[in-house]
Design a protein around this ligand. Structure first.
Ligand SMILES: *Cc1c(COP(=O)(O)O)cnc(C)c1O
Length: 354
């Protein structure tokens, strides 16, 4: 990249000043290189953007979204946040923590989306933190329309005289996605500062707000670096449609122009058996990130995203000279709920001892 371009890119800003917002995300999150893992894989050059270090209750990507969601809640004079997620939801944990910071209540519905989990699954990890932050928790069986369930609860609370603000699962709407428009801006600035052009950004994609905000932001900045979403739950075509829809709406929300049909890229080769069920490649990715780079991934999201990064590198999807940025979306709080998957021997041993 030429220095003249760099100045232009750095100067370009998306004005988000008209959107209500509060500030609690540690920003910019660092971009670090991963030289030991790059060497192990024989290229490309790997980097990681540490959105696991956003600073709220063990961090993660929902923190950025919540700056705008809580901002809107406060602007509407809400007295509580209502949301939903899977039992080990990182989104619910960060929402519960953000609510505490602003003196709001938090009511969360937790869907039993993952079958065959042990007894500690509903107590440890993220659920432990939800309780610590005093969130009111209601469990639901898997397979329901959870946003509809949470909206019904929102109306129930309103009828009781509360002033609830509803946040959809994952904070994934145009308001939450603004958090990743901010992240796009950051990546463009850091790329200039580091003098590194990223050929690909790789990340886990679930409820879509993160990829949608990032792609919308890069489009609006006229810096459409390719972004590869690694699906954690559903087939490629379905995920592309969902991400594309929210990206287009987010672009409209920020007056960022129109979205080219090819801007949303998803790989569904690392889902394994389904949401919340780590595949062998997920467990290997968690192990590689830990042993080569001292990084904590999680078994539901970032482990699958990182497995995609490793798998694509091994398949020579990238050129050896490419600079590839992994967006680390956090999630390590869920590790404790997956001890049996990570250390099956130890778990059996502990069972035999008791
Ligand atoms: C929610 C989450 C994601 C996925 O982000 P979406 O915006 O839901 O697509 C990825 N990683 C972690 C750790 C998450 O908690």
């Amino acid at each position: 990249m030429q220095p003249a371009d760099k100045t232009n890119y750095k100067g370009q800003k998306i004005d988000l000043g008209r959107f209500p917002r509060v500030h609690f995300c540690h920003r910019p999150t660092p971009i670090e290189s991963m030289p030991r893992l790059s060497g192990h894989l024989g290229g490309p050059k790997l980097f990681v953007k540490r959105d696991d270090c956003t600073g709220l209750a063990t961090g993660g990507n929902k923190t950025r979204k919540l700056e705008f969601l809580v901002g809107e809640a406060l602007s509407q004079n809400a007295d509580m946040l209502v949301t939903q997620g899977a039992v080990q939801s990182n989104h619910v944990r960060q929402t519960a923590a953000a609510a505490c910071r602003y003196g709001l209540g938090c009511h969360a519905l937790l869907e039993r989306r993952v079958a065959g989990v042990g007894p500690i699954y509903e107590h440890t990890g993220n659920v432990f933190f939800d309780r610590l932050f005093g969130a009111a928790l209601e469990f639901r069986e898997g397979g329901l329309d959870m946003n509809a369930e949470a909206m019904a609860v929102t109306e129930r609370l309103r009828a009781q005289g509360r002033r609830p603000y509803f946040i959809p699962g994952g904070g994934s709407n145009v308001v939450g996605a603004l958090g990743y428009v901010v992240c796009a801006q950051e990546i463009v600035e850091q790329s200039a500062d580091l003098d590194v052009e990223f050929d690909w950004i790789v990340m886990a994609t679930g409820s879509t707000g993160t990829q949608a905000g990032l792609v919308a932001g890069l489009q609006a900045l006229e810096r459409p670096m390719p972004v590869m979403g690694i699906s954690v739950r559903q087939p490629r075509d379905k995920q592309i449609r969902a991400v594309h829809d929210l990206t287009a709406r987010t672009l409209e929300h920020i007056d960022g122009g129109t979205l080219p049909g090819s801007a949303v890229v998803v790989d569904d080769g690392y889902v394994g058996e389904g949401y919340g069920m780590p595949a062998a490649s997920t467990l290997e990715a968690i192990d590689l990130a830990a042993k080569f780079e001292g990084l904590l991934l999680d078994p539901v999201y970032s482990g699958k995203g990182f497995a995609g990064l490793v798998g694509l590198a091994r398949a020579n999807f990238f050129k050896p000279t490419d600079n590839v940025l992994f967006l680390h979306t956090g999630g390590s709080a869920a590790l404790f709920a997956y001890e049996e998957a990570l250390f099956p021997q130890d778990a059996r041993q502990a069972g035999a001892d008791s």
